[in-house]
Each structure stands twice: as C-alpha cells, then as structure tokens.
Design a binder for this molecule. Sequence first.
Ligand code: GCU
Length: 691
Amino acid sequence: HPMWLPDEALRPLGERRVLVAAGIDDPVVATVVAEVRAATARWGGAVTVASPDASLTGDEVRGHDVVLALVPSSTAPDEPTRALADDVPTASGSFGVLREGATTTVLGLDSPGLLYGLHHLVRAGAAAAEGDTPLTWYAPTNDVRMLDHWDNVDVHPVMGQVERGYAGGSIFYADGRVREDLSRVASYGRLLGSVGINAVAINNVNVHRTEARLLTDGLPDVARIADLFRPHGIRVHLSVSFAAPMTVGGLPTSDPLDPDVQAWWAARVADVYDAVPDFGGFVVKADSEGQPGPFAYGRDHADGANLLARALKPFGGTVFWRAFVYDHKQDWRDRSTDRARAAHDHFSPLDGRFDDNVVLQVKYGPTDFQTREPVSPVIAAMPRTRLAVELQVTQEYTGQQKHAVWLGPQWSEILRFPLSGDGPDGGRPGGRTVADVAAGTAGPPDARRAGLVAVSNVGDDAFWTGHPLAQANLYTFARLAWDPSADPQTLLDEWIGLTFPDADPVVRETLHRVLDDSWRTYEDYTAPLGVGFMVRPGHHYGPDVDGYEYTPWGTYHFADRDGIGVDRTRATGTGFTGQFPAPWRDAYEDVTTCPDELLLFFHHVPWSHVLHSGVSVAQHVYDTHWEGAARTVENAAAWDAIAGQVPADLHARVAERLAEQVRSAHEWRDQLRTYVFRHSGIPDATGRTVY
Ligand code: GCU
C-alpha cells in the first residue's frame, strides 16, 4: 500500500506539461525528475528536463504548465525569477510558488526545497492550476524533522524486533542482519521526503550487543540504507551505546574525560563518515532504564554529550542526547522521590554547558508519552541549549495501533502551549510556546535551531502501520514538524485527500468522524484526569489499574478509599509544580486553578471532589468511561457503512481493529468504573451497571 502517495495522487501533475530546469546531478533533484517522469508517463503529460543554467526564453517557459527550478536559476532574467522578492527564506528546504497566466512555477531554494515544492503541488491537486497567485514563500519552521526507529537487528527476547512496534517486523532488518532487499526502505524514504522529514535514526535507543556493532562491522550496511534515504533529502543517524569504547572497542573505560576514549570515538566517527559522507549523527539514551552513561564515572550529562559532539564536530554531525533520565528502580514506599521531577533536576543545572552540535531531546511530558501529561518543565528551563521535543508516533500508550487514535490534536495542543504568560487560561498572547523553543526562535538571536523528533510507527506490515488509519499520525507528525502552527484538522483532511483521492464525500466524513475526536475518546475510557498508566505492566496494552502501583517504575496513582492522585505541590507534595515558570507553577499548585484534565497528575483529591465541569471525580470516571466506550461502537458502525467504498483489504483491516477497540474500550470502562465504585463506595448517579 502506498500510504499517501498512490498513483492517483499525482494525476493532476501527471497530466501537465512540466519543465524541470535543475539538472539531475543532485540526488534529490533526480528524485524530482523521476517523480515527474513517472507521473507524466502514467497520466499523459510531458516532461522537459533542462540544465539549471540553460537560458530559457519566455516562450519556452510559457509552453509549460508547471516549471520547477532552483534559486538562483538562469531562466530568462525577466521570467519567473523576476518576481523574486528580497525576503527569500534562508532555511534549507524552503520553496516559492508563483502562478501567472497558465504557468505554475516552483522555485526551490535548494534541492530539498524543490522536492518539497513538488509535493506542495501534489497536495494542492487540481487547485494548483487555478487562478493567479503572487510569489509565496514556504519555509520549514524546524530544521530538525526527525523520526527515530526503535528497531533491533536481532529479535529481542522481550521487546521483539521493533521495541514498542505495532506494525510487524523491521523494514531495515531481518534474520539478524540488514535486509538484502531494502525496497521498503526506498518507498519509506519517498513517503517521508514528500512530507519534509529530513532525519531518520535507524536503530533502537536501547542499544543491544549486535546493534552496537552497526557503528563498526555494520557500516557497509548503514551506507546502503543511507544511499536509499539520500535521494529524499534524509540523513541517517545511529543510536549508540555510551559503553561502546568498552563493549565494542575493548578499552577498560568509557569515561568521557579519558583521552583514549575520546580518541576511540574520534576514530569511529571518521570511519562512519568514510562510509556515509552525509551521516547525520548519534542518538544517545544514557543513564536511563539500564543504558550505560557518564554517571558511572562521576561525570555529568554535558560531559557525556560533549564527548560525542566533539568527535562529530569536524564532520558536521549532531548528537541527539535524550533527557529521559530517572530512577527506574525506585522503592514504591519512598514517597519523596518523584519521577516527574527527574529530568529537570538532572538537566536544568546544565543549561549553557552543551556544545552547539548537541541537541537535548526532551519527551513532551515529564513521565512517559502518556495520553495526557503537562508539558515537560525542562522545555522552559534551558534557554541556552538547543532542544528538540520528542513525540511518540508509535502508539505505545495510546492504543498500540489497535485503537484508532489520531494524535494530531494532542501534538498541536502541546506545541501551542504557552510556557510563560499572564494567566492560567492560556497565557499571554505572544508568550513563547513549546513550538518556539523547539524551533530555536524563543532564545537569544544566535540560538541554534532544532525541532521535533518522534518515534516512528512503521514496520513491515502491508499497510505499514498495522492499523491503516495510524498512517494519519505519521503524516500529521511530519507536517507539524514542518509547521507546528498548522491546524491539525486541515492536515488530517490533507491526508485523507491524498490517501483516498477518488473517495466519495461520505468516506471523507466517516474518516473525520472516526478520527477527529479519537484522542479525547481514548482518554475518556482510559486513565482519567491526567493520572496516567493504569496499563498492564510490560507490554502496556489494556487496563490494569493497580498494575504499576507497587513496582519500581515511579508511576503511581495512590488510590485508596478516600481518594486518588499524586500530590506534586510545593505545599504538601513532591514540589514538582515549582519546576514550572509562572503562571503555571501557581496554576498547577492550586486545586482550584489546576485544569481538570491534569488534576490527578498534580493533586491527591477525594473521590467526591467536584471538578470545574461540575461533577465529582467519581462521577466523571463513570460518565466518561461509559460515553467513551459507546463512541467506539458508533465509530465501528460508521465504518461498516462505507464497506465497498475503500479498498476491501483496507476496509477489512480497519474493521477488525475497530472491533478490538470496542472490546478493549469496554474492558477499560468496566474495570475503571468498578474500581472507582469499590474504592469510593459512591454510586453512579445514573444507575448504570457497575460490577
Ligand atoms: C518507554 C518505553 C521503552 C523505551 C523508553 C524510551 O519507557 O516503554 O520501551 O525504551 O520509553 O523512550 O527510552
């Protein structure tokens, strides 16, 4: 399945006379030419390829419906480029679009810009050939638009081949090695390039024995993978183990201040760039969930990150250093340790100490990719650090691609969150947002830009993502990485239009109906009011209210007969609220101003506590779980009604997943409602069944 690039999506372009005036020496330009050639051959259009510096006359240009050129280009000086304004963006990947007379002109600032401009036209479809438009420039907000794969070369005994993967095996690896046939990787690169992704990390952040050797013995294979991504403007990255100098290199230490360790990394990096001249850099999970790190040597995470940054620096590489550091062996009896505090405690004192080719990669929330969390206070606390925000496209905690959960609204809410402002109800307009920090536009003028990273949801499944509708998450992430201010509904609409180009309007309506509110529906029937987890330990699918309550993982809800929630206040709790800037430190501290959806993240309250919504916590659980589960039944029925209007195998796969979602949602509903009733003794005012 072609995801959002079926042949028909390129039909409006393929029917035209297209001029590509950019030569084909550059691998990304070659991709543009190949796309246009294939589409015009299929749909009856025509293509002319001219060298970038051919002097084209006005008539030659006008003889085409579409002109794709690079800036600066030597098309006749008074022709398309004459309209070039002074405000040409500088970010790589920028492009301009102009429509005059019968000709649409796309000007790529560079070759990725040309590719993105081409796909801008593809998205616009037939509308791209209507009316006149003055030259309009499009520039990516974020320099870093990255997907991390948690793929293992070997099948891990517990985590399988793709850790937290819900779409089959890896597209990169099979049988303990890099695949011979990497054609899925080539198709994946094309899909990602079409939506502006420019970086991919190809192995799990938990780096096991075999995977640690990608850095050495595996380099020829890494180079094969890089060759397939390069034509789509994507640079390959590797996750590396901080202990590699010992485990791979045989040194007695991995101490970041040891000269032999530094020399070892410098030599490895030189080898990598011999094999992959445009290698992107490293992703590092250190001192986290059992991965080795600088703490073993009494060094801090700036020492650790800068060790690798200095090895990469001469080659232009970047270290993505993850801030997901906490004590995963906590004693549940210890009420003073708060996992939510850990990243800020570790990293905020290091602000300003990271080299400029280090990007600190921070999960959006303080715990772990839950359906609802406050934004991580680390994002607001490191103005002198390049910082990327990490999202989870793979649906570990949001239904594991069995449940239809479109995460666009969640991500958009996070990205638009005002970190500073005047009031608890959204802050001062113009205050810096999470998106501003990630883009690097919130800091001092010389701040280096970063962006967004997400864990991919793709595997070797025929539909790529297990649940075919989970493709919408991959698409939406990529488009938000390009422009975090985009309206997620518009992006969903784009995805529907590209993926189902000939569909009847009822198909479009049904997809919106199933997906538009699916994140809130999922929240409604799972862990309530921001308390998180309540999933089955280990694999994290399905309800288990007390599953994590007495474990070492630091993810507790503290429910008893009187109430539920985690007291993270400064007054009586763990003090986590104090890690936020104003106004949030006070808004969250006070139970009367804390938003309902985060109440149990910040406060321990009685079951009878009345929410802003006017109902008690207990009744809220009763109502939302009943209604959320009921909506899954309506969605499944709506989907049944469009049988025959989308490809049969896709319809069947979605139907099967929706049926499982209905089953699972009712399991969640009944466990949560019953749990609350048994603990609180408060009856459901509506009299609906509890067990
Ligand atoms: C979660 C997930 C792990 C993963 C970790 C991470 O805890 O369950 O599988 O390794 O996140 O982000 O590193």
